[in-house]
Structure formats: C-alpha cells, structure tokens
Ligand binder design. Structure first.
Ligand SMILES: [Cu+2]
Length: 119
C-alpha cells in the first residue's frame, strides 16, 4: 500500500515538472521594439528581411514611428545580433550604426541621413 502511494506521488511530481517545463518553453519568446532609421517602403522590406535572422519569429517596421518590432527567442539569438544584422543591411539602429560603405550603396530614395524626407 505504501508503495502505491509513493508511486502516485512520483507520478504527480513528474507531471508538475513536465507542465512547468512546457510553460518555460512558451515563455522563451520576447517582443521588443527599437528605433531603426529608414525612409520608404523599400527600406521597410530591407529592414524586415535583414532582421529576420535565425531565432527571430517576426520583424515589422513602421515607417511613421521608425520602430522595428521584433519577436525573438533569446536563447537562439541576441538583441545585438539583430541590431548588427539590420546595420549590415545599411540601416542605423539606436544601438548600431551602419558603416558608410553599406550606407552609400542604398538607393537614393533611402538616404535617411541627409535630411529625412518621407514619401
Ligand atoms: Cu528606402
């Protein structure tokens, strides 16, 4: 009889462990917004594609607010990686500046540094 109670106890404890593990897995995604400089719809595509690296589930840039919304898995990718990826595509983020070399290669309509004019 004691053995059965012990067994039931073990089963209950392991069920708790499994369910808390499952909860942790779903918790591992984070949403963040940060500033990325850009001008037009082409910038939007470029920024979103650049930010969509491994570990990033969603990247959405808003032309009006200049904010890039990112849903990512911190265990797979760091925020710095995302900033770097966007900067490498030619767009300044609030943390990481794009190199002049890449910036110069952007189409003229995307030149956000010399007097930002949206269109
Ligand atoms: Cu553009």
């Amino acid at each position: 009889m004691k053995n059965i109670l012990l067994l039931i106890g073990i089963v209950i404890i392991s069920l708790f462990a499994i369910s808390s593990q499952a909860q942790e897995k779903t918790k591992k995604v984070e949403t963040i917004e940060f500033k990325v400089m850009g001008v037009c719809g082409m910038c939007k595509d470029r920024i979103e594609n650049a930010a969509l690296i491994k570990g990033v589930k969603l990247a959405e840039w808003n032309k009006q607010t200049q904010l890039l919304k990112v849903i990512y898995t911190p265990s797979k990718v760091t925020l710095d990686d995302i900033h770097n990826a966007v900067a490498e595509a030619g767009h300044d983020t609030e943390k990481q500046k794009a190199s002049d070399e890449v910036y110069k290669k952007l189409p003229k309509c995307c030149a956000y540094r010399d007097g930002v004019e949206s269109h």
